[in-house]
Design a binder for this molecule. Structure first.
Ligand code: ADP
Length: 447
């Protein structure tokens, strides 16, 4: 626990106003976490800050508390906090509301999938702190319901996700739209040097609270392991794992939404109580799953990476990486859904024989050795016939291509055959100019 909390510091020491301290007490927080003890005083001083801290270490309160402290009741629209998912918008707004319940400040989540009219009505009540997803925030701004000219504090939660290619343009438009002087706070559990550089463009002389030493990015309370498995055995292995591990609450991550649906269906067919969570679901259904999760009214949630970031649910005992994530940072966020606030948790990853590179990248980033786990009672199944067929056809095609290639080489004049073919793309050594020159034009089928 002591690696998370600043046990010799109290929230009062951080300089927060009394009505905020009252909210903290009601929440039952005794000591600030380390990131909170570092970030809050600097934020109150008015500094721009880049803050990095492991998952489950209270980053939301680390920016939420100073926001509640800084923003005055006569300053509507003074704080805009951007987050990558609707679920996170709801969760962050909920936490800020609870912590700020004695301040009189209004906190509003603004996110897609909710009725524009309802949100418009709420924005007309002039909230002080907006927690929003970029698309809907821009939409509300265009409708002149969410002005940027009152913003004093701009926050990016999960900053690396917000500045990656998917959101980068939106963030540029929103942050670029804040013309007046303002303070910025950006946080995440993972911030690469490139993202940090990009983030700095939006900041003024920021204080850098990101970890630079080669310490692990994941909390030590999470027991990490991987299981070698063939693609076609994964569903059966998952069922086996759930039978053996008997998790109270497991989050199973798949790379694609279709896999989420298929895996959940397979579990349901085996009478395992599993629900799905991904972006193609209707927002009402997504909210219902989140509620089930919070109420622990479900044992297995099969999810896309929609649930990888920020979701704070107590007592997720297991995270299963059904598919290895391509981006190692995604792994850090996925497994960060368990072992929160100093509790224990298990993270188990399925790795197919061709994925050792991905595994190695994850180990390099996290600075942790992911040990191999075996389920001795699990019997691997035979390779399915369609896969055998596909492999055979691919092999035949490769052979045919090789043969064709040797025929081309044989037909070439002797001088060309002695040149090193590997130096040329496709291995075919050109012996002269092409017969017909294109005159700089490229012919396509349409032209
Ligand atoms: P992170 O964003 O770092 O993953 P969160 O902000 O979601 O973490 O916080 C994780 C949990 O810890 C939340 O349930 C939050 O209410 C709780 N929490 C935050 N700060 C404290 C604290 N100082 N003492 C106890 N619990 C805290």
């Amino acid at each position: 626990m002591s690696d998370i909390f600043a046990t010799t510091t109290s929230f009062a020491d951080l300089g927060l106003r009394t009505d905020v301290l009252k909210g903290i007490k009601d929440q039952g927080f005794e000591h600030p976490t380390i990131i909170q003890s570092e970030l809050i005083p600097l934020a109150i001083e008015g500094r721009d800050i880049i803050g990095q801290s492991k998952t489950g270490t209270g980053k939301t309160a680390s920016f939420g508390l100073p926001a509640l402290h800084i923003i005055q009741n006569d300053s509507p629209f003074a704080c805009l906090c951007l987050v990558p998912t609707r679920e996170l918008a709801i969760q962050v707004a909920r936490e800020c509301r609870e912590l700020g319940k004695h301040t009189g400040l209004k906190v509003l989540p603004v996110y897609g999938g909710q009725s524009i009219n309802t949100q418009a009505e709420k924005l007309k009540q002039k909230p002080h702190i907006i927690i929003g997803t970029p698309g809907r925030v821009m939409d509300m701004n265009q409708r002149r319901l969410l002005p940027y000219d009152k913003i004093k504090l701009a926050i990016l939660d999960e900053v690396d996700r917000m500045l990656d290619i998917g959101f980068r343009d939106d963030i540029r438009k929103i942050l670029g739209g804040i013309r007046q002087k303002h303070q910025t706070i950006f946080v995440s559990a993972t911030i690469s040097p490139e993202i940090e550089q990009l983030a700095r463009k939006y900041m003024h002389d920021p204080v850098d609270l990101s970890t630079t030493e080669a310490s692990s990015l994941t909390v030590s309370q999470v027991e990490q392991s991987c299981v070698g498995v063939q693609e076609w055995d994964k569903r059966r292995l998952l069922q086996h794992l759930l039978k053996v591990e008997k998790p109270d609450l497991a989050l199973v991550f798949c790379r694609m939404k279709v896999t989420v649906d298929k895996v959940a269906k397979a579990l349901q067919n085996k009478n395992i109580d599993a629900v799905t969570l991904h972006a193609n679901m209707h927002q009402g259904a997504r909210n219902r799953v989140m509620e089930k999760l919070r109420q622990r009214d479900v044992h297995v949630v099969v999810a896309s990476d929609l649930a990888a970031r920020g979701i704070d649910v107590d007592d997720i005992t297991h995270v299963v990486n059904y598919d290895v994530p391509e981006d190692p940072e995604v792994y850090v966020h996925r497994i960060g859904r368990t072992a929160r606030k100093g509790r224990d948790g298990k993270a188990i990853m399925f790795v197919t024989p061709d994925q050792s590179d991905l595994l190695e990248n994850i180990e390099k980033l996290t600075n942790v050795e992911i040990v191999e786990r075996r389920y001795e009672d699990f019997k691997p199944g035979p390779e399915p016939s369609d896969i055998v067929d596909r492999r055979r056809r691919a092999e035949e095609a490769r052979e045919a291509a090789k043969e064709q290639h040797s025929r081309v080489i044989d037909a070439l004049p002797d001088a060309a055959q002695t040149q090193d073919a590997s130096k040329f793309p496709g291995g075919v050594v050109p012996t002269g100019m092409p017969k017909k020159r294109m005159g700089g034009r490229i012919r396509t089928r349409r032209s």
